[in-house]
Design a binder for this molecule. Sequence first.
Ligand code: GRF
Length: 218
Amino acid sequence: MIVVETASRAAILISGSGTNLQAFIDRQREGRLAFEIAVVCSNRADAYGLVRAERAGIPNCTRAHGEFADRESFDRSVAAALEPYAPDLLILAGFMRILSPWFVRRYEGRILNIHPALLPLYPGLHTHRRVLEAGDSHHGSTVHFVTEELDGGPPVLAGRIAVEPADTPESLNDRVQAVEHRIYPEAADWLATGRLRLSEGAATLDGEPLDAPIVRDF
Ligand code: GRF
């Protein structure tokens, strides 16, 4: 018998409004998520995503990064807070902290992030503005594995939209987020069910190397 290891419990880390978290919650409610959202953790006590978690009856916690001497001690405190929930999968959903090498290694191959750009284009901040300034025809968002390089882990699944002449950073933000709510649960399901793996720094889907992310047009 072949035993496929599958992740079944996720921790979702947030810092803000949590619309991506809400997309996961909605899919879980509809029975369309391959894992359980075991815990939500924020680095800000006023993150609206905590209200969303509370309303959905999901355990949640706050670890305020300002109360820790350095990045790693904050990360160790987050890991300790998650420990009782035994997550197999970590989903960064608007979590605005750079993770320490210690944390990334601890959960290697089990952390996903979503970045609002077509990676490897535009790592970092202000992606919508930069896309408009560059006059790009397309924009989007990318789910990627988290490695020690910021926004630099292997990209897995991208959602792409056409930039319209009338677009502003705000309109792009709204349209890109709507795409995120579709692609992020899909990619997380792949990881949870063992279809997606990180092996020797490279992503594979169904055993095939992902040299570039899968791209969906919206
Ligand atoms: C998303 O747009 C994501 O790309 C970025 O942070 C934003 C989080 O939004 N990493 P929300 O908190 O899920 O609404």
